[in-house]
Design a protein around this ligand. Sequence first.
Ligand SMILES: Cc1ncc(COP(=O)(O)O)c(C=O)c1O
Length: 480
Amino acid sequence: MNIRLASGKEIPVEMHKVRIVQKVNLPPVGERLRALEEGGYNTFLLRTRDIFLDMLTDSGVNAMSDNQLAGMMVADDAYAGGESYYRLAAAVEDVLGYKYVLPVHQGRAAEHLIDKVFLKSEQVVPTNYHFTTTRAHIEILGGIMLEIYADEALNTRSVHPFKGNIDINKLKEVIKKYGRERIAYVRMEATTNLLGGQPFSLENMRQVRRICHEHKLLFVLDGSLISENAYLIKQREEGYENKSVAEIVKEMCSLADVYYMSARKNASVRGGLIATNNERYYLQLRDWLPVYEGFLTYGGMSVKEVEAMAIGLREMTAYDVAGCSVQQVKYFVERLLKNDVPVVTPPGGLACHLDAKLFLPHIPQSQYPAGALSAAVYLAAGIRTMERGTISTDRDKDGKEIMADLELTRIAVPRRVYTVSHIEYAVDRITWLYKHRDLVKGLKFVAEPPVLRFFFGRLASVDNWGKTLCDGFKKELGDY
Ligand SMILES: Cc1ncc(COP(=O)(O)O)c(C=O)c1O
């Protein structure tokens, strides 16, 4: 909850108390350089022992509630017909409003099944913006993602409240150009991850729904970050200020034909699901579930996680749970803005995003500014972040580099994990880095996988800048 102190300063007060802790280690700057070099300047290849604040992602790393942990103890581990599944189905019906649910091991497994059933080669998928795994699954099957975001979406300085909206005119043009047969489905992603956690409005979603209905197009909602999108609608969209997050989530779900989510985020577990009210779609998807995931009542998940997912879904719409990361992100963004550090505005869900093109304007996109910034933040702070730019965009079929629309360094804020003092520390070190940005140079690949290269790719620093940056840090701030 945002509380205004007597001094006038606002802070996101944590609406939970910590009852289990995990020790973290802040390695000295020399150790960080060694770890980063061993990891090929790729933050995915760092080990936990070398990381102070792990802000790589908000996926599968959120704090679980006491009730979720308790639920895991009473999970039913039957292979088929387990009661945990029925408790999940009841939660899905109550919270999301869908009759049918298929658990899957995580969000990309849902994408795999949805594309297997609904996408044919050469078909297109219009969307507000791609997510890495979403695009990979569509392209593997010969499909094409068409991003039809509003122009505001790529302007990181814009404070448009709904940069995750679909541009309705672009959607109409796509339908005119490709016709119904060539469109597999229309996809909307809540709190659009790669646009910097930006939400769409319900007004926009209703318009998309209307058009899909008119043209008999399937409408798919990626709700991996649905409760944050709903929370931001409550804060920003006229007419929704008095609705609860739960009511807004239900309304969003009522507009989509097929819903899927990575439950690793909002539901704070390791799993995912697909849900629908359409029996035919459900049966089509269900037939493939045991082939790729597992039997319907566990879908490749541990049953402990199925049970915890049922509880996590019910908890994710509570105002303070839906808003816990959003409020910390807002605080983080506003503190950095005060220090003139270029960040994506307005603050969205899941993460604070540095605009690496503005932070490091001297690094050409061909030398991966967002990757370099992610490496530099680790060196300057021991904080692990994630590159969301050209490294995260695979080459085209001819091996040509595709320059990403945005070069973002994503500093994720896992839910109920870090405190305001952690964020203050991050702000301080990132501001120091901004003042010394000239020390940071680009990166080049030394080993590059053909698909989703950001996971395992290894890079090296141009002119050995990692050492120069660490020497500069040591001179001013010492080892820490
Ligand atoms: C919007 C969105 N869709 C899909 C996925 C894929 O989910 P998972 O990582 O659980 O496979 C993610 C993961 O971050 C995501 O943010």
